[in-house]
Write a protein that binds this ligand. Structure first.
Ligand code: TRP
Length: 337
């Protein structure tokens, strides 16, 4: 790899609250694997952020750092190209958070639409952990500490990027110099993958996910449980493709797009049974997951290797983030003993 050419810096991250699933695969993992050559990519295992709504679940969060790292490596994130690091082991992030906290108002935090809906979803009402309300500030610290200019995220994270750029402008103005580069969101072009029950997005708490080491049996079960067109009662009837989860998944995963279009036309005309379409999807998912599952199982047998990847990535990130912190402190005119 040519290290002399400066590649744009990417920061992305996940809260390690559970194993990753096919929703993550289409939404972010696939993109990350594709970006690791053209970009300098950092992936943050955001365990501290996960604690903002899991304060009493530290053990779960720490255990899942390893699980998510396995997922990354199994899908093809290459640690010689991409740096994977653990948030709680990067103190510079939290020092930056402290300084940034003074450049944002409580009212602004409460107006953040993502935070608003997350507060509702979690039923916090008047008992919002302060750390939760402030996590957009901490996320701004993450992004700026790495001087990332590209942040691949889902729709729901757009307000975080806006708030990050507001903070960047305020801090730069205070310092009197553009030390922190602004960032832009890189939206994945696929929408949210619905859960296999078709009711909502894939989420562990809804029990409608297909994990990346799902067995052939799990895959079969999930595909069989998928909603199709409720009005497609007999094979000869014309069927509807829109909102038909089996086709949504074929669109997301079947490498043969032409064949999928042909199947859609056939289904719409009538004569194509749900069972046949499901069989195809089952095959597609098995082909996709089998090699990931195998790699994941192999890696799981060598936890020392996975830990080394995390340790080295974190050490490298510590140097980088510490350097940004020093620049910000110097810019703000703080003591640096
Ligand atoms: N908020 C992100 C999520 O819930 C995780 C995250 C933390 C992140 N810090 C980040 C994403 C910095 C991008 C950049 O998935």
């Amino acid at each position: 790899m040519n290290q002399t050419v400066e590649r744009p810096i990417i920061l992305t991250g996940d809260r390690p609250t559970g194993q990753l699933h096919l929703g993550h695969f289409v939404g972010s993992l696939r993109t990350r694997v594709g970006l690791q050559d053209s970009h300098q990519q950092y992936i943050l295992l955001a365990d501290t952020q996960a604690l903002t709504d899991n304060a009493d679940n530290v053990e779960k969060v720490q255990r899942n750092i390893f699980q998510v790292a396995l997922d990354y490596l199994a899908v093809g994130i290459d640690p010689s190209k991409t740096t994977i690091c653990v948030q709680s082991c990067l103190p510079a992030l939290f020092e930056l958070t402290s300084y940034y906290m003074n450049f944002v108002t409580v009212a602004r935090l409460e107006r953040n639409p993502t935070i608003k809906s997350e507060i509702q979803m979690r039923g916090f009402e008047r008992d919002i952990p302060a750390g939760f309300l402030c996590y957009p500030v901490s996320q701004a610290a993450d992004i700026t500490a790495f001087k990332a200019t590209v942040v691949p995220v889902g729709e729901d994270q757009i307000p975080m990027i806006e708030q990050t750029n507001e903070l960047i402008r305020r801090v730069n103005r205070q310092i009197g110099q553009d030390i922190l580069p602004e960032c832009k969101a890189l939206l994945s072009n696929v929408g949210r993958l619905p859960g296999f029950d078709g009711k909502a997005k894939m989420s562990k708490s809804l029990g409608n996910t297909i994990v990346l080491d799902a067995s052939d049996k799990d895959i079969k079960k999930a595909v069989n449980a998928m909603y199709t067109d409720p009005n497609h009662l007999r094979i000869e009837d014309p069927g509807q493709v829109e909102g038909n989860i089996v086709f949504t998944y074929l669109d997301a995963f079947d490498p043969d797009k032409e064949e999928v279009e042909a199947l859609k036309a056939y289904y719409r005309r009538g004569g194509l049974g749900d069972g046949t379409v499901k069989k195809r999807l089952e095959g597609v998912l098995k082909d996709l997951i089998a090699p990931i599952r195998e790699r994941r199982n192999e890696l799981a047998k060598d936890p020392g290797y996975v830990m080394d990847v995390l340790r080295e990535g974190t050490e490298q990130s510590r140097r980088l983030t510490q350097q940004t912190l020093e620049e910000v402190k110097a810019g703000l005119g703080l003591f640096r003993f």
